[in-house]
Design a protein around this ligand. Structure first.
Ligand code: HSE
Length: 444
């Protein structure tokens, strides 16, 4: 048997503690799979004294993760602290510069500095692995980089944030408000320290930036992603979606077309019959459209200590076996710089929920504005079911304000620019009284 692989772990939160337990629990199996023992020999954490239910006897403790990264007492550095910059960035760089392979779960770090760090790792001939940074326990990075290496990928999309999927699922099944469901997700430990990262779509955007790069062989460009969160989704939208045969999911979508790469994160209407619509709760799912294999969907736990530790352990096992594939599946300097398609040029179907003045000709005025922008309507629902009609608990219109009704429109494929312009005009015409709710529809 070869020498043990000495692992240094920076960050002993939920994932770090789960990893330490996993490596202990699976020690025999891991040793037989890799031919060497895998042992956590050093850690770094903010609070040395905190009881994490771990036996850290004989494990060296470093107050500064940078010192751990540079220490000769470890063979591999595992970064589980989080944050795009600061100690995470400094210590990963220090580890690579001192000749150590790195494993990280840090999607913000990869989305921002992934290419620079991948180049450094390649220069040094070291592994730089981040399977756990996207979709928790779902091995999506290995699938794209290794399993699908013989394919051209046209589109990749998915549910990449467990917190959002949990909230939307719970709002739907229990009829609760967004705020109530967010509290429950936090209680269960799914949400990031700052939950706006989850519900605002930014966590999904970081993950999508990484997937798009791996799928299309393009440079990471997280800044170019159009990002919307789920904070504005209401029970009205869920009820309308249900009546129309849809479910609402926060999707990250990346598509390669002749015009360039489109990358977007937003709440999306997906047909209830699709695989992605069946994915409920904290689960993640990623669908890949590839030329040779066709369509592939991977579903699994996207958050939580054990699931994420499972992916971190897989990267450590690769290192113990001596496997060091280029982090993005090709040399980092060969990742293409491509044209990014702005959201205004997105084309697809739209769901629009409006509060419309209840008087003759109001709907006709909206239809005219849509027609002027060449938008074709697929369906119109006015009080299309009891749950969409004015509720008895709705406040009455203010003194002198017009009576309004809820109207839901579904459009055929049109451009984002056309729909935005038509709705702005309808608002200016005074036939629509509030900012409309707009949700894109993703067809298979
Ligand atoms: N907060 C994330 C989620 C955890 O809810 O999916 C994994 O990135």
């Amino acid at each position: 048997m070869s020498k043990p692989l000495r692992v240094g772990v920076a960050g002993l939160g939920v994932v770090g503690a789960s990893l330490a337990r996993l490596l202990q629990r699976q020690s025999e199996a891991l040793a037989s799979r890799t031919g060497r023992a895998i042992v956590v020999t050093a850690v770094s954490a903010r609070d040395r004294a905190r009881d994490r239910g771990l036996d850290l006897n004989g494990v060296a403790f470093f107050d500064d993760p940078r010192a751990l990264a540079g220490s000769e007492s470890i063979d591999v550095f595992v970064e589980l602290m989080g944050g795009a910059d600061g100690p995470a960035y400094d210590s990963v760089k220090a580890a690579l510069n001192s000749g150590k392979p790195v494993v990280t779960a840090n999607k913000a770090l990869i989305a921002k500095h992934g290419l620079e760090l991948a180049r450094l790792a390649e220069e040094k001939g070291l592994a730089f692995a981040f399977e756990s940074s996207v979709a928790g326990g779902v091995p999506i990075i290995k699938t794209l980089r290794e399993g699908l290496a013989g394919n051209s990928i046209r589109r990749i999309y998915g549910i990449l944030n467990g917190t959002c999927n949990y909230i939307l699922s719970k709002m739907e099944t229990d009829g609760l408000s967004f705020e109530e469901c967010l509290k429950e997700a936090q209680r269960l430990g799914y949400a990031e320290a700052d939950p706006t990262f989850d519900v605002g779509g930014f966590d999904t955007a970081h993950k999508l930036a990484i997937l798009a790069s791996l799928a299309f062989g393009t440079a990471i460009d997280a800044e170019a992603i159009h990002v919307e969160g789920i904070e504005t989704i209401t029970q009205d939208d869920l009820a309308a979606a249900d009546e129309l045969g849809f479910r609402i999911k926060l999707l990250g979508v990346a598509e390669r077309t002749a015009r360039g790469v489109e990358q977007r994160v937003h709440p999306t209407m997906v047909a209830k019959s699709t695989a992605i619509a069946q994915v409920m709760g904290v689960l993640n799912a990623v669908t890949i459209d590839a030329d040779a294999v066709g369509e592939l969907t991977l579903v699994g736990p996207g958050a939580g200590g054990d699931a994420t530790a499972s992916a971190v352990a897989a990267d450590i096992v690769d290192i113990a076996r001596g496997v060091a594939i280029q982090p993005f599946g090709r040399p980092a300097h060969m990742l293409e710089e491509v044209e990014r398609i702005p959201m205004q040029r997105h084309e697809g179907g739209y769901y629009v929920r409006l509060m419309v003045v209840d008087r003759p000709g109001a709907m006709a005025a909206i239809a005219t504005r849509m027609g002027e922008r060449k938008i074709s309507l697929e369906s119109i629902m006015q009080k299309g079911g009891a749950r969409l009609a004015r509720r008895r608990t709705d406040p009455p219109p203010a003194e002198g304000a017009p009576e309004t009704v809820r109207v839901v429109l579904i459009t055929h494929a049109t451009s984002e620019q056309a729909i935005r312009e038509a709705l702005d005009l309808a608002l200016a015409d005074g036939v629509v009284t509030q900012k409309p709710q707009v949700i894109r529809i993703e067809r298979e």
